[in-house]
Design a protein around this ligand. Sequence first.
Ligand SMILES: [Zn+2]
Length: 186
Amino acid sequence: MKNRIIKALATLLIAAGSGAAIYNNTGTDITLADGTTLESQDLTKSLTKHYQLRDVSAAINITIHHTAGPENASLESIAKFHVEKRGWPEIAYHIAINQDGAIHFLNEIEERTYHDSGQNTNSIGIVLVGNFETTEPSAAMLYSVKLVTESLCKVLNITSIRGHRDTSPTLCPGVNAYNQLETIFY
Ligand SMILES: [Zn+2]
């Protein structure tokens, strides 16, 4: 069923009552069991290319990224860059989190997006909007990361949560986010 996992995640996040805004940018409206509809605010996507679907019922892990850009950058600008400059089907990540704690669903968790080369078949990409080599993630952002990852662990069999730098030669998700994430997860 389309959006099955996102529906479960959104329901858990709303029940957690953090007050963080939840946005749907998947391209498909999502109606929850209580009748609440999260209307999609669509982002630029390819008219011809699509991410492949994958089976996420077995083990899967989470990779944390940052955008390495300004904290007020729009997800639309990032989607446009990925689609028009990189030639990818849609924005590369599954979920984005802003400094104010807002949570955005970007792609179905079942879609094999292109966020972590060599790991994409078995990884969910969460991106923190900002550059955390040079700035600090806010408490609101970190709390939303914790809620999102806890929700993913309830819905799926998550085997590990790591920074992009753990799998690839990159500074991502920035030293300040990476160090904070260690205190959340380990
Ligand atoms: Zn990354």
